[in-house]
Design a protein around this ligand. Structure first.
Ligand code: SAH
Ligand code: SF4
Ligand code: F3S
Length: 480
C-alpha cells in the first residue's frame, strides 16, 4: 500500500471549478507526452465504470494507456493488480454506489497488500469527496480527475515504483488531448467525443464543475477519427458532448458549427451517425433541416426537457421555455416525420408545485416522447439549487416519479407499436440477453429488436419485419 504522499498533491476546489478562463483551448498531443513505457509488464488491471457515455469513453482511453504500458486486463476483479473506479457525481445514489464499492474493495486490499486501488472520473473533482478519502479511506492509493487522464503513466510510475500516494485533481483546465490510445468496448459502434466540458450551469447540475469549461475538438481531428473508424469497419458512431448543439461556439477564428459537422459526416461512408446530448436552447431549425437529409443521420433524438413548466425551467437556468421547446419538437416532426424523440426529466426540483408537475405531464403527452430517463432531484453541494428551499417530501417526489413513469411507459409502447408490420433496418449487436439462439440489435430509431438468425450476421445491418411490439423491445423475422 502506498503510505507516503508523493510530489503529486493537488486537491480540487468547487469555487475554482466554477470560474471560466478566457484563454484559448490548448491542444495537447499525447504522443509528445508519453515517454514512460513497459512497467505494466506482468501486471493486470480492472476498471469499473459508473457514469455516462463520456465516462465510458474515458474508460476506453484509460484502458488504451494501460495497454500501452503493457498491462493486461484481469479476468476477475479479485486477481487484478490495479483496480480503477471511474466514477459519476451526477446524483447522490451514483456516489453512494462508489463509496459502497470502495468499502467492499478494502477486503481485497487486505488479501493483497500490493493491490493498487485508484479512483478517477467526476467524483474526485468534488472537494468533499477528496476530503473524505483523505480522512477516512486510506486504502485508496491513486486519485485523479477528468482533466489529467493523460498523466496516468507518471502517476502509476509513482504509485507502483515509488510506492507513494498520488492525489492530483485539477479544478480548471482548458485543454483538449488528442491521440490518446484507445481500447474500444465495441468493434462496430464507437463513441466519438466532439467536445468536452459544459458551460450551461443548469442550477441543479454538477457536470460544469466536474468537467470544466466547454472545449470543442477541431473538425479535422474529429473527421480523421471517423475516417479511421470507417477503415476499421465500424458501422455506427455516436458524437458525444454535454451540449452537442453548441459545438464550435468556442472557436475564435473558425466558422464551423454542429450543423456543418453533421453535414460533413453525412457525406462520409459511416453507416449510422447518432449524437448525444442535445440542449434544446441551441438546437435550431437549420440543424433540423440538415437532419432531414436522412441517409446516415439517424431519426432518433434525445432532447432533455427537464420540466414542462416555465417557472421551474427558469429556476433550473435552462434558458428555453415550454413554448420554444414545443416549437423545436414541431420542427423535428415536420422535417423528420419518422423521428423518435426521448427526453430526460427531473421531478421534485426544489419548490416544484403539484400544478407545475402537472405541466410536465402535459408536455410529455404533447411531445409524444417514445421514452424518457426520469430522475428524482438530487441535491449537489456547490450548485446554486443546493441553496434553494426544498420542502417536497421524499414520498411526494417518489409519487410524482411513479405518475410520470406511467405516462412515459405509454409513450414507449406507442413508439414500438408503430413499427408492427413494418420492415426496419437493424444493426445486429449480438445474441439476445435472454436466449442464446436469438439475435438482438437496434433499429435506426434506436429500438431494440430480437429475431432468429445465424451468428454470422453480428455486425451487419439486416432488414427485419416486426411481428410483435412490447414496451421495451420488439420481435421480428429477417426478410433480407
Ligand atoms: N448534458 C446532458 C446530460 C447531463 S446529466 C443534458 O443537459 O441533457 C443527465 C441527466 O441527469 C440530466 O439531463 C438530468 O435530467 C439529470 N440530472 C442532472 N443533475 C441532476 C440532479 N442534481 N438531480 C437529478 N437529476 C439530475
Ligand atoms: Fe448539466 Fe445542464 Fe450541462 Fe447538461 S447542459 S451537463 S444538465 S449543466
Ligand atoms: Fe456523471 Fe460525470 Fe457523466 S457526473 S453523468 S460521469 S459527466
Amino acid at each position: 500500500m502506498a503510505k507516503n504522499y508523493s510530489k503529486y498533491f493537488v486537491k480540487p476546489s468547487i469555487k475554482d471549478a466554477r470560474k471560466r478562463k478566457e484563454k484559448e483551448t490548448e491542444v495537447i498531443n499525447f504522443d509528445d507526452y508519453f515517454n514512460i513505457k513497459g512497467f505494466g509488464k506482468n501486471k493486470t488491471y480492472k476498471i469499473e465504470t459508473f457514469g455516462c457515455q463520456a465516462n465510458e469513453a474515458d474508460t476506453e482511453k484509460i484502458e488504451g494507456i494501460l495497454r500501452a504500458l503493457d498491462f493486461t486486463e484481469s479476468e476477475k476483479l479479485e486477481d487484478a493488480d490495479l483496480i480503477l473506479l471511474n466514477t459519476c457525481a451526477v446524483r447522490e445514489n451514483a456516489e453512494n454506489r462508489v463509496f459502497g464499492e470502495l468499502g467492499r474493495l478494502k477486503q481485497f486490499k487486505r488479501n493483497n497488500p500490493d493491490l493498487i486501488l485508484g479512483i478517477c472520473g467526476c467524483m474526485p473533482q468534488e472537494e468533499k469527496v477528496v476530503n473524505r478519502i483523505l480522512e477516512k479511506i486510506p486504502h485508496v492509493d491513486l486519485v485523479f480527475g477528468t482533466h489529467n487522464i493523460y498523466k496516468l503513466p507518471e502517476y502509476l510510475e509513482t504509485v507502483i515504483l515509488s510506492k507513494e500516494r498520488v492525489i492530483e485533481v485539477y479544478s480548471q483546465e482548458g485543454s483538449v488531448v488528442e491521440n490518446l490510445p484507445r481500447i474500444r468496448e465495441n468493434s462496430r459502434k464507437a463513441w466519438v467525443n466532439i467536445m468536452y466540458g459544459c458551460d450551461e450551469f443548469c442550477t441543479y447540475c454538477i457536470v460544469p464543475y466536474t468537467r470544466g469549461k466547454e472545449r470543442s475538438r477541431l473538425p479535422e481531428h474529429i473527421l480523421s477519427e471517423v475516417q479511421t473508424l470507417i477503415n476499421e469497419g465500424y458501422k455506427e458512431i455516436t458524437l458525444l458532448g454535454q451540449n452537442v448543439n453548441s459545438y464550435g461556439n468556442d472557436f475564435t477564428d473558425l466558422d464551423y458549427r454542429f450543423k456543418n459537422l453533421l453535414d460533413d459526416l453525412h457525406q462520409m461512408a459511416i453507416e449510422r451517425v447518432r449524437f448525444t446530448t442535445s440542449h434544446p436552447k441551441d438546437f435550431d431549425e437549420e440543424t433540423v433541416k440538415i437532419l432531414a437529409k436522412g441517409g446516415n443521420l439517424m431519426p432518433y433524438i434525445h432532447l432533455p426537457v427537464q420540466s414542462g413548466n416555465n417557472d421551474v425551467l427558469k429556476r433550473m437556468n435552462r434558458k428555453y421555455t415550454k413554448e420554444s421547446y414545443i416549437q423545436l419538437v414541431n420542427w423535428i416532426y415536420k422535417y423528420v416525420p419518422n423521428a423518435s424523440l426521448t427526453t430526460d426529466i427531473i421531478v421534485g426540483f426544489p419548490g416544484e408545485t403539484e400544478d407545475q408537475f402537472q405541466d410536465t405531464l402535459e408536455l410529455v403527452k404533447t411531445c409524444k416522447f417514445e421514452g424518457a430517463y426520469t430522475f428524482i432531484y438530487s441535491k449537489r453541494e456547490g450548485t446554486p439549487a443546493a441553496k434553494y428551499e426544498d420542502e417536497i417530501t421524499y414520498e411526494e417526489k417518489k409519487d410524482r416519479l411513479n405518475r410520470l413513469m406511467d405516462i412515459v411507459n405509454d409513450g414507449y409502447l406507442v413508439g414500438t407499436k408503430r413499427f408492427e408490420g413494418k420492415v426496419v433496418k437493424v444493426l445486429v449487436d449480438g445474441l439476445s440477453k435472454s436466449k442464446d439462439t436469438v439475435l438482438a440489435g437496434y433499429t435506426e430509431n434506436n429500438k431494440l429488436v430480437n429475431f432468429a438468425g445465424p451468428e454470422e450476421l453480428i455486425g451487419t445491418i439486416v432488414k427485419v419485419l416486426v411481428t410483435e411490439s412490447k414496451t421495451w423491445s420488439m420481435f421480428g423475422e429477417i426478410v433480407e
